[in-house]
Ligand binder design. Structure first.
Ligand code: NAI
Length: 388
């Protein structure tokens, strides 16, 4: 059956199974041909494993030298009479097939990572497939809602500013246009709820659960992913609700790190580069920055996608055979170092100021951003026959 992309605003409504598999294969091929990670990370649990940074971590660790076995948790939908299902569904299937064909364990658990049911399924999978312990936990969930425990209610995140409202342009990927958006300031409640959803509480609960079950191996390590960005985006990100949630996540890394001392374990945050993922295109008034950043970083030969970032994390930010990464004083591993170089940011600021709804297709990298967005859902992938 021929499948064409259906986009509503910035949300993809369908996915192309063969295209998703091809995109996973491209990432596998990239890490196979890149310098190989020397550190063996045998048993890895990834929360948020089906797309973006979580999937790229899984691929980098399995096929990039560490030869990891993985349990991946994600929240995805399979095909039904209502539609094709989500890209992550097909990414999971493709990843498992490629991993199994090379002898790696790859268990997919599809369910709500916040639920007790999913936690039980993970505990059971660790016992069944990993001999009862995990060496590395990667926390890469990106979601707008988190269920309140023992309740029918939810915390909902709000992507808003704090105190001062902000106006800016947002890409409408459905109609290929930039539209003016006004981002209002969050209430105290909205800030608290966003911290509940995207802060560190759930990460710490996962680590506490694994510790309580005796499922953290000696020298157990955990990593979570974050974004800071340049001053240009502070109003909408770093100083906004998402930034406050991320700051909570960063503080949680220190708490977890202390919790892991008896195991000689550690917790770090990898601060990544701004990229096109299902989660990031959703941030209002962020698009002009992304469009300018892609243009500048590509022209300078510094552009990376999720897989290049995750390969750099495990290959360059960890010394060979060491679990101690190159990090700053706050336990942050700066994968945004290239993005934040002053010469990059100078050019980004200059281009950012010139972007308008009339010229953005000519002067920015809208084409690249749109192609990446389509690729997330298995479309616009080289070598895939979309005619059938
Ligand atoms: P993504 O949307 O590509 O992936 C999110 C993953 O979380 C998917 O596997 C999804 O299935 C899973 N997920 C969501 N809700 C779930 C639930 N309730 N239960 C189980 N699984 C669930 O997101 P992306 O962009 O890879 O984000 C991952 C992390 O990286 C986030 O913490 C994000 O803030 C961070 N990050 C993202 C950047 C970007 O530009 N995309 C930049 C820097 C950091």
């Amino acid at each position: 059956m021929k499948i064409s992309p259906i986009i509503k605003g910035v949300v993809a409504k369908n996915a192309h199974p063969a295209g998703c598999a091809a995109a996973v294969k491209q990432q596998i091929d990239f890490v196979k041909h890149a310098p190989q990670v020397a550190q063996n990370r045998q048993r890895v649990l990834i929360l948020g494993a089906s797309s973006g940074f979580g999937l790229a971590s899984r691929i980098a660790l399995t096929f990039g030298g560490a030869k990891s076995d993985t349990i991946g948790v994600s929240f995805e939908k399979g095909p039904s009479e209502k539609g094709t299902g989500t890209a992550g569904w097909y990414n999971n299937i493709a990843f498992k097939q490629y991993a199994a064909s090379e002898g790696h364990i790859a268990i997919n658990i599809v369910g709500d990572a916040f639920s007790q049911e999913t936690r039980n399924a993970v505990n059971q999978a660790i016992d069944t497939y990993f001999g009862g312990q995990v060496d590395l936990l990667i926390y890469s969930l990106a979601t707008g809602i988190r269920p309140k425990p023992n309740s029918e209610e939810w915390w909902r995140s709000s992507i808003k500013t704090v105190e001062t409202p902000f106006s800016g342009l947002t890409a409408d990927l459905e109609h290929d246009r930039l539209i003016e958006t006004h981002v209002t300031a969050a209430s105290e409640q909205e800030i608290d709820d966003t911290v509940k959803v995207m802060g560190g509480e759930d990460w710490q609960q996962w680590v506490s659960l694994l510790l309580a079950k005796g499922q953290c191996a000696h020298q157990f390590q955990t990593l979570a992913y974050s974004y800071i960005g340049p001053e240009l985006t502070y109003p909408i990100y770093h100083h906004g609700t998402l930034g406050l949630a991320k700051q909570h996540l960063h503080r949680t890394a220190n708490t977890i790190n202390e919790q892991l001392t008896p195991l000689n374990g550690s917790a770090y945050i990898a601060v990544c580069k701004a990229l096109v993922t299902k989660a990031s295109v959703f941030i209002p008034a962020f698009s002009p920055y992304l469009l300018a950043l892609f243009k500048v970083m590509k022209a300078k030969g510094l552009h990376e996608g999720c897989i290049e970032q995750m390969h750099r994390l495990f290959y360059h930010k960890f010394q060979p055979n060491s679990l101690v990464p190159l990090s700053d004083d706050s336990r942050l591993i700066r994968l945004d170092d290239w993005e934040l170089q002053e010469e990059v940011q100078q050019e980004v600021r200059a281009l950012y100021r010139k972007i308008t709804p009339l010229n953005f297709q000519e002067i920015s990298d809208y084409e690249g951003v749109k192609r990446d967005f389509l690729a997330l859902n298995g479309f616009a992938i080289d070598g895939v026959d979309y005619g059938v």
